[in-house]
Design a protein around this ligand. Structure first.
Ligand code: M6R
Length: 627
């Protein structure tokens, strides 16, 4: 849950490290630090708070004679987010940064105390520096000392280490938490980071360390070692398709807003990547049919995910059941991994994860592999741990998502699951012919595809949806609390709408299946509470309207989202936010792709009015690599 950067070469070291850390800040942002090789020593600078705090401390730093360094942005696990606990940590000549958890750190700490040392921080990370230090006291050479120490620690970690007596050498080790390396194509030198984003400024060819790998980096290049044996190994370099320009805000005030507006494009990109550029024709095949065959052979699918990705998988369940007629569960990975799930003979487990690094989702997939169960993943990040552990990885094409609140990746996951469900449709038992649905998805509407065309109209700043949304937001922004409710496809969307509002606006919000409200939460309804009802004219519409009557009778404020021209719904609501299309223009199964961005914008606008840090909300990190 932290971000690591390392660099050796002739560029301005502090600039490379700080720029890289800013690209990784989404991974954690409660404190940060860098350590830089100067002429004959290592200079460490750390600060609590955002990277900008640390940056002010290195302003004016003399860069002459620097050859490289390491940096870290932290999401605290062991010890408060203060300057002392910020990385890098130093023990003697050893300086390191760490991402992950050293599970046996207490044992190491006991040895540290026994030997009369006093750790400076409360972190588990500092213990690794002691291990290397002790190893070198026994006469072991530096790289070998890192290797031996690495074999002693338990838990998922990546660590990058430098030594004051070896300027221009950094050593990275990986076991669980990601680490990626690349050579600077322009000026020479080597960079290493927790993900590819900081490397894109210098190269588009990177190598992902495998668990148990070490990377020995100097300005001349990278040598890979197998930590267990100490033997040299080769690692392939892969071309990365993301470009550095997708990492900028492009004039938007926040990444989140930019990413919400990118959804018309990411839907097209994901569609094109999944079913191939020429697959406007029907019936279609996916570019990668291996996983589809595996699902066809399965008798049950369990989707596992966390947070927003779990909401996408809930929609996936509805689509898999409706279109493919396959028994499908949508499970929280953190629960699934510690249950005793009863697996069927031909069970297939599918992880859904934007980052491809979420610890609980990864752990389930690893467990399943060990049990011989077929595994699949829908993720946004090629080379991610989840993508590499499963039998069948499927990639959305959303580009890097920087805002901590997931937006375009959510619709990307939904789309991939929707396409799969339609591809899987198995004949007469199903009610909807695949052709008609896919036609609605891919049919060209003037210059664009049908679905992105409707989405552009929804997101149009001067359009009916956005104008009504803004009025609603202005009116309800100070509500004491929010309920989001919906039925059918709108239930996962209600959960997601509430999650978005909680995570970026810090407002209490709950998502509910509309039929459940009367089983308890209705007691909370009063005029200071706002209920956001998602009620498009779909098969659940009349039932949702009945549930809404119950809400209205309790006097809560109502913001209703439905088809344009729905006077019944509009009459019941304090604010009616119309989807600018008629009921017959789009199959109900595709409406989530229009509704999700509206709910994202509802949360975004309230957060902006409240003045919160939209892109980096408090206490969160984008990539949750701890349990
Ligand atoms: O990378 P993943 O999709 O596996 O992440 C799962 C959740 O941590 C993530 O969706 C989280 O809920 C988002 N911050 C929500 O916006």
């Amino acid at each position: 849950m932290c971000g690591i950067i390392g660099y050796v070469g002739d560029r301005k070291v502090t600039e490379v490290l700080i720029k890289g850390l800013k690209r990784l800040e989404y991974r954690g942002y409660d404190s940060s630090g860098i350590a830089v090789f100067t002429n004959d020593r290592i200079e460490v600078t750390k600060a609590a708070g955002k990277i900008a705090e640390m940056e002010t401390r290195v302003a004016g730093f003399d860069m002459a004679g620097t050859h490289g360094g390491i940096g870290h942005t932290r999401w605290a696990t062991h010890g408060a987010p203060n300057t002392t606990n910020a990385h890098p940590h130093r023990v003697g000549d050893i300086v390191l940064v760490h991402n992950g958890i050293i599970e046996n750190f207490r044992e190491i700490q006991e040895e540290v105390f026994r030997r009369g040392f006093k750790p400076q921080s409360e972190t588990d990370s500092e213990m690794f520096a002691f291990l290397v230090h002790f190893e070198m006291e026994r006469g072991t050479e530096f790289v070998e000392a890192v290797r031996k120490s690495f074999l002693k620690v338990q838990g998922a970690s990546s660590i990058v280490v430098m030594h004051e007596k070896f300027p221009g050498l950094i050593v990275g080790v990986r076991n669980g938490s990601p680490l990626v390396v690349g050579c600077d194509g322009e000026l020479g030198g080597v960079a290493m980071a927790s993900d590819v984003q900081p490397l894109l400024d210098y190269t588009d060819r990177v190598a992902f360390l495998e668990n148990g790998d070490m990377a020995i980096c100097t300005a001349k290049g990278i040598e890979f070692l197998d930590a267990a044996s100490g033997r040299r190994i080769e690692r392939p370099f892969a071309k990365i398709e993301w470009s550095a320009d997708r990492l900028d805000k492009n004039g938007y005030p926040h990444y989140m807003l930019k990413e919400i507006h990118e959804q018309s494009r990411t839907i097209i990109d994901t569609l094109a990547a999944a079913i191939g550029p020429s697959s406007g024709s029907l019936p279609f095949e996916m570019v990668n049919e291996d996983g589809i065959r595996a699902i066809i052979d399965a008798d049950r699918v369990s989707m596992v995910a966390c947070g927003t990705s779990w909401h996408a998988s809930l929609l996936g369940k509805y689509w898999f059941e409706r279109f493919a007629g396959i028994s499908t569960d949508s499970e929280l990975a953190s629960e699934f991994r510690y249950r005793s799930p009863v697996l069927s003979k031909r069970h297939l487990v599918m992880g859904v994860s934007q980052s491809g690094e979420t610890a609980d989702t990864l752990a389930v997939l690893q467990q399943m592999k060990e049990r011989g169960v077929e595994t699949m993943a829908v993720t946004n990040v090629k080379g991610s741990s989840i993508a590499r552990v499963v039998d069948y990885p499927y990639f959305m094409c959303c580009g890097p998502e920087i805002g901590v609140a997931s937006t375009k990746a959510f619709t990307g996951q939904m789309l991939m699951l929707y396409i799969m469900a339609n591809r899987l449709q198995r004949g007469a038992a199903m009610s909807d012919p695949t052709g008609a649905l896919m036609d609605a998805l891919v049919k060209r509407h003037r210059q664009t595809y049908e679905l992105p065309h409707h989405l552009s109209r929804v997101l149009d700043d001067g359009g009916a949806t956005m104008c009504a949304l803004e009025k609603a937001v202005q009116d309800v922004q100070h509500s004491k609390g929010f309920f989001f409710m919906g039925r059918g496809y709108s239930w996962p969307l209600a959960l997601e709408g509430a999650l978005k509002l909680k995570e970026i606006a810090y407002v209490h919000a709950e998502g509910y299946a509309a039929g459940e409200l009367k089983h308890g939460p209705i007691a909370m309804l009063e005029p200071a509470i706002t209920v956001v009802v998602v009620a498009p004219r779909d098969q659940w519409y009349e039932k949702t309207i009945s549930n809404l009557q119950e809400v209205k009778a309790r006097g809560a404020r109502i913001v209703a989202l439905g088809h344009a021209g729905d006077e019944k719904l509009a009459a019941m609501a304090d604010h009616f936010v119309p989807l600018p299309l008629a009921e017959e223009q789009l199959d109900e199964s595709l409406l989530p792709f229009l509704i999700a961005p509206v709910l994202q914008l509802f949360a975004y606008r309230i957060a902006v009015l409240k003045g919160t840090d939209v892109d980096q909300p408090r206490n969160l990190a984008k990539s949750v690599t701890v349990e």
